[in-house]
Design a protein around this ligand. Structure first.
Ligand code: 9MR
Ligand code: ZN
Length: 529
């Protein structure tokens, strides 16, 4: 009994869709009460993700800037804006999030406003089971609501951000008010460099890369500077080493026009990691049992190796990459995936953004063909849904919003490849879902939307004594198999997948925040701002 809208709003000349549930007639009103539109939808259709009877409202013809809401017999929708610049603040906040995740430095008032904290996690770290080996490893971004730092997760976040920059550099003319602002380098690159410098510290002398840098167990809820647990790094993994090699090669290209020395440093680190991979061809990963922090386990490193191979080839033209890539093209790897466990979609983005035509026609056309197959698959799922959401009802695991947002990104790239607005419109529907056009009438981005996430599982948020949450953080979203005590207690059996969510700081399996749930949002918005 409601109308669900994108609570942030819609761009002036864009497609504008909402979802009506349980009833058929509606009115669209301006904030001052003027009726702009009256209408009704045809048949309602059962939607299995939400277990509601719903239909799509198309109000694209409304193009006057302003604040609006829907009204039905049963009540009002959330208010929303129509404006060409409606996503500017969201874009800013979703990027500024990474500054708030910085580890190893104090967040000062002039950049952080009231969300300051002192420098954290600056002690040297030890190599687990080899504790006499200690080194300085500060820097980088806290992964999530915990204070760990994980190379594969970080590489994926930086991957989203740097390919977004490569695709749409003009979108990133944004001053983020961070310590480096004004140095002549786009702030998104300044921010990513903070993570990249930390990656470089995670490389062992032989070129392999340590998997993660965390304490032995997660810290209690406290400010980061009050977390005095010892930090360790866990053994080198082929997953981390391959992602590192790929993202350093990518970064070497992106930073070269701004800083030749840094670009060379990244190039050499990438090549050293790549040689380590060649000398260690199998999957190498162990999450030591004595360490209870996040695992980011992954049973297959072929996709990580593929990303590294493609980036290495683009950077150096190394002959051995050609045959390896041709072999990899035959493997059963999803070459559209952009998540922390499956990364071969980044290899495809590397190929699509290459203007020097260094890849074979076969590789280019096969990857484009597969990308469009995936985009068409998403399109057909979204067409069947009253939310126009490209998700199946069995598709809501921990971090389901990463699936929604990377689906959004895939559709954006399909639009880029074809110029066909059908893909752009479908991409925007995925964004609409994140920002409130869902059966919980809920925006998963803090500080954005009338009914937005306010109590995410994030240590500083719960410990800083400030009621308000920092704006621009993406919550993980509905999880059909919640595994934390709060969510297990509060979500009853049989709840529709789209509703398996609680906005409670203790519900880490539905309501944590992470860098790689924000980065695909930044990627999508770079196409729209
Ligand atoms: O995002 C990860 C999710 O896909 C996994 O199901 C889950 C359990 O392994 O872990 C999530 O990642 C968490 C990581 O392990 C530790 N930092 C917080 C991450 C987000 O919840
Ligand atoms: Zn820290």
């Amino acid at each position: 009994m409601a109308v669900y809208v994108n609570q942030e709003g819609y761009r002036t000349h864009a497609q504008k869709h909402a979802t009506i549930s349980g009833e058929k007639t509606y009115r669209l009103l301006r904030a001052d009460g003027a009726v702009i539109l009256e209408g009704s939808v045809g048949a309602l259709k059962f939607d299995d993700c939400s277990a509601e009877d719903v239909a799509v409202i198309d109000f694209s013809q409304v193009t006057e800037s302003g604040r609006y809401y829907f009204e039905t017999e049963n009540g009002k929708s959330a208010a929303f804006t129509i404006d060409e610049k409606v996503y500017d603040k969201l874009f800013f906040d979703s990027m500024k999030m990474f500054y708030f995740q910085r580890c190893g430095i104090a967040l000062e008032e002039k950049y952080a406003g009231k969300f300051t904290h002192k420098a954290c996690h600056c002690k040297d770290v030890a190599v687990l089971r080899n504790e006499s080996v200690r080194f300085s490893c500060n820097g980088g971004w806290h992964d999530a609501g915990d204070y760990g730092r994980y190379v594969t997760a970080g590489a994926v976040a930086v991957g989203h951000l740097l390919y977004a920059y490569e695709l749409h550099p003009e979108a990133f003319d944004v001053n983020l008010n961070i310590p480096e602002s004004g140095n002549g380098v786009p702030d998104i690159l300044n921010e990513c460099r903070y993570e990249l410098e930390w990656f470089l510290k995670m490389q062992a002398a032989d070129g392999g890369v340590y998997h993660k840098c965390t304490s032995i167990h997660h810290a209690p809820f406290s400010m980061p500077e009050d977390d005095l647990l010892d930090f360790i790094v866990t053994p080198v993994s082929s997953l981390a080493t391959a992602d590192f090699s790929a993202v350093c090669a990518l970064a070497s290209r992106i930073y070269r026009p701004f800083d030749e020395v840094f670009a060379e440093q990244l190039k050499h680190a990438s090549m050293k990691a790549y040689d380590w991979l060649a000398a260690n061809p199998g999957l190498i990963f162990e999450d030591p049992k004595e360490c209870a922090t996040g695992t980011y386990d992954d049973l297959c490193d072929a996709d990580e190796r593929m990303w590294a191979c493609v980036e290495m080839y683009r950077m150096t033209g190394r002959e051995d990459c050609v045959s390896l890539l041709n072999r990899m093209m035959e493997l059963q790897i999803s070459t559209t995936a952009l998540g922390w466990g499956d990364v071969a979609g980044f290899a495809a983005l590397c190929v699509f953004t290459d203007k020097e035509n260094c890849f074979s026609d076969y590789v280019v056309s096969a990857l484009k063909g597969r990308w469009m197959d995936e985009a068409n698959r998403l399109l057909s799922i979204s067409k069947k849904s009253g939310f126009e959401l490209a998700m199946h009802s069995y598709d809501f695991p921990w971090g389901s919003n990463m699936i929604v947002l990377t689906n959004c990104d895939k559709l954006m790239v399909a639009y880029e490849l074809t110029g066909d607005e059908t893909y752009l419109n479908a991409a925007c529907c995925q964004l609409d879902y994140i920002l409130g056009r869902n059966a919980l009438n809920f925006s998963y981005v803090t500080g954005h939307g009338e009914n937005a996430c306010a109590h995410p599982h994030n240590r500083p948020t719960e410990s800083d004594g400030i009621d308000e949450m920092i704006p621009g953080f993406v919550s993980g979203g509905p999880n059909q198999n919640p595994c934390d005590e709060v969510a297990m207690k509060m979500i009853s059996k049989g709840t529709a997948p789209m509703k398996c969510y609680v906005d409670h700081w203790g519900a880490f399996s539905t309501n944590e925040i992470t860098i790689y749930w924000n980065s695909p949002l930044v990627f999508a918005l770079a196409f729209l701002v």
